[in-house]
Design a protein around this ligand. Sequence first.
Ligand SMILES: NC(=O)c1ccc[n+]([C@@H]2O[C@H](COP(=O)([O-])OP(=O)(O)OC[C@H]3O[C@@H](n4cnc5c(N)ncnc54)[C@H](OP(=O)(O)O)[C@@H]3O)[C@@H](O)[C@H]2O)c1
Length: 299
Amino acid sequence: MNLMDDKKIEEIKNTLAKRVVPLPDGTTLPCLGQGTWYMGENPQERNKEIKALQLGLSLGMTLIDTAEMYGNGDSERLVGEAIKGRRDEVFIVSKVYPHHAGLDMISNACENSLKRLGTDRLDLYLLHWRGSVPLAETIEGMEKLREAGKILRWGVSNFDTVDMEELWNTTNGKNSMTNEVLYHLGSRGIDFDLLPWHREHNMPIMAYSPLAQGGSLRRQLLSDPTIQDIADKYNAQPLQIALAWTIRSNSVIAIPKAVQEEHVFANAEAAMIELVEEDLKRLDQVFPKPTRKMPLDII
Ligand SMILES: NC(=O)c1ccc[n+]([C@@H]2O[C@H](COP(=O)([O-])OP(=O)(O)OC[C@H]3O[C@@H](n4cnc5c(N)ncnc54)[C@H](OP(=O)(O)O)[C@@H]3O)[C@@H](O)[C@H]2O)c1
């Protein structure tokens, strides 16, 4: 089944090649990548999941986000299979468990991720969330992996503003390339302080669960009349508007996860929707930006 004609596919690819977000080291990435949580866990879904990731790559969503945690390595194995023969097209992001992020374990954890992914380097390696290992030690481990060429860059995930401040003030902490956090229209706590902090420090955010898990975290994203009205204006679906909102600036890379072919197309197509000031104002009225500090939303 081809849900889109070739002209549309070319348009999407060209848009994603142009709508890029710079990392602090100058590398540019498409504003949309692909998530893989829960992928690789059900053998019956395997082929479909591989095809979905390959389709996403072909459409220009060339960043793939995985983690040693996902399916105990099964997600990384699936990604490895999906990118076989296309390694150089892909920007692979994986994450280390906090309890593997000390100097005694990080190199082994990384080596295991590389094996499962069938590659010799990760493009980006993230600390999945903060645990009990001191930040300085994790940074040292990340820097050693970088010097050894096992990872090309590193960053963090689920860090709130105070954590970013601490990172910034730790030796080599400024080498972090990103912070992957939950961000969608129904959960915009980071708009108060974390996102401004990132803009000030020229470090993009990677937005996880940008579709609020298909609307299940916030059902109103699927049924809200304002979102629907804006969707009608762009001849789009409500979740495409939610995704377009997440990537409205060039300081956020969103990583929606999709297995259904129509979802992969819809997500890539959302890069073609550029919301205008009037749309953003209307969305702000229904989903207001917080006026005080909110604790970082985490799932
Ligand atoms: N760093 C962290 O701590 C952390 C935490 C959570 C997630 N993540 C990363 O972020 C990725 C994305 O987050 P997520 O998986 O939690 O949620 P998400 O991307 O917000 O939503 C995924 C769900 O939405 C559905 N979907 C996808 N596109 C759709 C569309 N266009 N219309 C309607 N439904 C659609 C998917 O269905 P189908 O799959 O059936 O198509 C799936 O059920 C994860 O996969 C993972 O890589 C990181």
